[in-house]
Design a protein around this ligand. Sequence first.
Ligand code: ZN
Length: 240
Amino acid sequence: MTTEPRLVDRHDRGALRHPASVYGTSVDGLPLTVYLPRSGSAELLLLAAIHGDEPETTVVVSEALRCLPKDDLRAAVILCGNPDGMVRGTRGNARGVDLNRNFPTANWRPDPVFYKSRADDARDIALSPGEEPASEPETRALLKLIARVQPRAVVSLHSALACVDDSGSSHLGRQLADRCALPFLTEIGYPTPGSMGTWAAERGLNLVTLELEDASLYTLKDRHVPVLLDLMTGRVALEA
Ligand SMILES: [Zn+2]
């Protein structure tokens, strides 16, 4: 497909007009919402803010979604996989669990997982991976949604490591790195037991992590909204 996506008139881009459906409830009782094509099925799932302290991913994906006419949406879109964390400004959910270490993988461990809050910091801030795999309602809801929608690929947005991480070295991942002008990695360089990426890889589901760069929201929107529009409208081939 070579044509540009149709865009909503600028006047009408202030609100999300796509119908949302609720796919679960957070620990605090907030609805977990997904925007789906009318058909209810989608080849691609776009997921923002599974880490609550990465709100720029939500804002950038929201802007792309608000530019897109309702009928043209082909992907399933989650603007915030961790609303309790977003409200708190924390990476983890309301119970302090890093949801991206709470997936049922062979390498899940009950030990604390560590992160850093700045690129140059030590990775020494501890979070829980949950009491057991998929202990958190946000994780379980995502697993159920994926089982229902059966996407062929997932793009999970994070910030701000400025790279595309794709352990399967997929066509989709390489195209995304190219389009976003970000380095392409097949190994993020530190252990991520219980991550959604590992869970997907164990099931043969193509999951690409898009780590936005450390830049202003204006810059991130300018650089990434066009690519996100192409992802949402099926203009990026999942396979070669
Ligand atoms: Zn993240």
